[in-house]
Design a protein around this ligand. Structure first.
Ligand code: ADP
Ligand code: MG
Length: 702
């Protein structure tokens, strides 16, 4: 058989054929030889050792024995038959048992021939047995490939039914390696391999499947993980360079009148050091002539809105329009009100545009936008509709960016001849490693300081049985003039689950806090916008002491007089959501509380989440724990954004060191050869193209 290219269809591999090829393609995504070679085992088992039968006991894990089958016997009735073989070495005998495939086994296996058997020992009566052992012919076994550490492959049931067992996969890989070993092209430049003391790619792949020893396996994994992360970073950083070449940014040269007037007359408080630092970083971008793409991370309550406003004023001073987009109507309105209030006395046109803006008003807004009478347009995704046209949009700010879809963000880019500057803000802290990957082509600013005078929120965990104590505490707080949030996980979504759903909750709360002494407002996702707004206003104005809601209040709502956040069925929430909710309190000068209610029955993970909340108020620390508990694929903000990296080997939670190292290497290389023109780097160019980068380029879409 001729040597195969690694891009040859899997169908042409000896032992595959069209039918198996189709199952491999459909079930495991293995379409060509390369895919097969990159189908790595999820673990290895040590088969370098052989046991003697007289040392074996039923408590041992998988073991391997060399010996002969003395005899077969068939037991039981039809359809419930079992085949028993007496298997012996020089120290004793044990039993091999089969319940299925009996006919085939009897035909295949010969007595008095030497076999290597492998399996988990068990016991029946006094006799040691192995059920459905793997049986190998020691002569035919590929010696150097199948001794020592043996690969174990994940194989879905459907494949097994089509006669593709883990064993078959292993054999196919052996064949593929034999035929294509020499043709596996190196994917890293020679100088990098030498510098990092890596093994060549073909060796690494072979060691991944059939390692000679643990040490070489480790080296192979290290190389392949590096490579996986390195190419993503190289891709992201290269995109950033290209983008910066391609798009000239509007230049905001000056800080003008409006900004200065605001700063000196309207600013209600001193900026925090972190706010100042971040505004400086952004200003530098805006004056650089390059289009800004910056992510602003800051914990809940860190004062991102003010930063957004001041940056918008710089744009306005330079004759450009801005838009601020928020994920919910409640939040957009709150921004509109807050910002209008702060801009009192300044000549800045601010408008609000949401889904519920009336047609007549909408028309006026559209007209005034084109006439440049509106300087700042605040709103929800209604902002991005094609009918919304600007005179000269220079800056776009997106609050709680992870709530928006990719396509929505992309539209904002097209609202001017060349793309406006983009600032995306998030209060969902993202661990460094994830940020480097998810937002690898953005610049990142962090507000790492809360405004002064804030007392950290005290968090306690309370079991449902202590509800009366909770109510007493709430009454004390309300008596002292404070307000309370009570949040439920969902509303009547699944009747069978034992959730304290909002409706029951609302009822029992109104019973415990009856009118006229108390007013309880309620907000949930299924209410009409006006009803929601009305209920919110009751609470914002202090007319309702208690706000019962689902997580719609999670994002951004600001009521400084609210000091207690009660989260019902806290075990049902993810960590970042719990942290977000807690951020709704602790905004005023009074001591605030977050009370996590749960039943006694808690999974380990739920317990860990609750403990983490009780112990820490640091959003970044919480995000790290979240990443470890859930894995990157599930982190809030990564799913909605549709980012799939399809990492085969690396784990962003565990491989942060390799990731950082890989990113720095990519930076180093691009610094000395930004366009990758150096002959030594052509390998990189080639594989950047070939590796199907599923990482989304954030810069182009945010
Ligand atoms: P977030 O970062 O969560 O969006 P906000 O912008 O809503 O936070 O700010 C939270 C609260 O802190 C608001 O009431 C805001 O007025 C207040 N705030 C912002 N900056 C400062 C500051 N420098 N000093 C005091 N209070 C501030
Ligand atoms: Mg906010």
């Amino acid at each position: 058989m001729p040597d195969l290219s690694i891009y040859s269809d899997i169908m042409y591999l000896q032992g595959v054929g069209p039918k198996k090829a189709e199952t491999l393609r459909n079930e495991l995504g293995i379409a060509n030889i390369k895919d097969l070679l990159y189908y790595f085992p999820y673990k290895h088992i040590d088969r370098s050792q052989f046991h003697k039968i007289n040392e074996i006991n039923a408590e041992m894990p998988y073991i391997q024995v060399k010996g002969r089958i003395l005899s077969f016997s068939l037991h039981g009735q039809k359809y419930k038959e079992r085949l028993v073989a007496q298997f012996a070495d020089e120290t004793g005998t044990l039993e091999l048992l089969w319940f299925k495939g009996i006919k085939w086994i009897k035909e295949q296996l010969k007595t008095e021939k030497e076999y290597v058997i492998f399996g988990k020992p068990g016991k029946f009566g006094n006799k040691i047995n192995i059920v459905h052992p793997e049986v190998e012919d020691p002569e035919q076994t590929e010696k150097q490939l199948s001794t020592g550490l043996q690969p174990v492959y994940y194989v879905p049931e459907k494949l097994k039914k089509n006669y593709v067992s883990p064993k078959v996969i292993s054999k196919l890989i052996i064949t593929a390696l034999k035929l294509s070993y020499k043709n596996i092209p190196e994917t890293l430049p020679d100088y990098l391999i030498a510098q990092l003391k890596f093994m060549p790619l073909n060796q690494a792949i072979k060691q991944m499947h059939f390692p000679d020893n643990q040490h070489l396996l480790k080296n192979a994994i290290a190389r392949l993980k590096f490579e996986e992360l390195f190419y993503i970073q190289l891709h992201l950083l290269k995109q950033k360079l290209i983008r910066q070449e391609k798009f000239r940014g509007f230049v905001f040269e000056k800080v003008g009148d409006i900004f200065n007037k605001f700063y000196h007359n309207n600013l209600p408080f001193e900026l925090t050091g972190a706010q100042k630092k971040v505004i400086k970083e952004i200003r530098k971008d805006l004056g650089s002539g390059k289009q800004m793409n910056r992510l602003l991370q800051g914990d809940v309550g860190s004062g991102k809105t003010l930063v957004a406003l001041m940056v918008m004023l710089i744009a306005v001073d330079n004759g450009y329009q801005c838009s601020l987009m928020a994920p919910t109507e409640i939040l957009a309105k709150q921004h509109y009100k807050g910002i209008s209030k702060m801009l009192k006395g300044l000549d800045v046109g601010v408008q609000l545009l949401t889904g519920s803006t009336k047609a007549k008003e909408r028309k006026i807004i559209h007209k005034e936008l084109i006439e440049n009478k509106i300087n700042i347009l605040i709103g929800t995704h209604a902002l991005i509709e094609d009918t919304v046209k600007f005179y000269n949009l220079g800056l776009v700010i997106i609050d709680e960016q992870h709530r928006f879809g990719v396509a929505q963000r992309a539209k904002l880019w097209k609202k001017n001849i060349s793309p406006p500057h983009v600032l995306v803000m998030t209060a969902t802290p993202i661990p460094r490693t994830l940020a480097m990957t998810l937002y690898g082509d953005l610049d990142v600013s962090v507000i790492d300081e809360l405004p002064p005078g804030r007392k950290p929120v005290k968090t306690v965990h309370m079991y449902d049985s202590k509800r009366l104590r909770l109510f007493t505490f709430l009454k004390e707080q309300i008596k002292a003039g404070r307000q309370v949030y009570i949040v439920y996980p969902l509303i009547k979504e699944s009747e069978t689950l034992d959730y304290k759903d909002l409706e029951d909750g609302y009822e029992s709360i109104t019973r415990a806090f009856p009118p006229p002494e108390y007013t309880v407002a309620v907000v949930h996702g299924q209410m009409k916008a006006e009803e929601k707004e009305k209920a919110m206003q009751l609470f914002v104005k202090g007319q309702a002491q208690i706000m019962v809601s689902t997580t719609v209040i999670e994002v951004g709502v600001d009521v400084p007089n609210a000091t207690v956040m009660v989260i019902e069925s806290a075990e049902k929430f993810g960590l970042s959501q719990l942290h977000q909710l807690r951020g709704r309190v602790g905004r005023g000068a009074e001591q605030s509380w977050c009370i996590l209610m749960s039943s006694y029955k808690l999974s380990n993970e739920a317990r860990k989440r609750i403990q983490t909340m009780v112990q820490s108020t640091d959003g970044f620390e919480i995000a790290e724990v979240d990443l470890k508990l859930r894995g990157p694929g599930d982190l809030e903000g990564t799913q909605q954004s549709g980012v799939a990296f399809n990492l085969k080997l690396s784990n962003l939670a565990k491989d942060s060191k390799i990731l950082e190292f890989a990113r720095n290497k990519a930076i180093e290389i691009l610094k000395s050869d930004p366009e990758l023109k150096n002959p030594n780097n052509q390998v990189l160019v080639k594989h950047l193209k070939q590796k199907n980068m599923q990482a989304i380029q954030w810069g182009l879409i945010s």
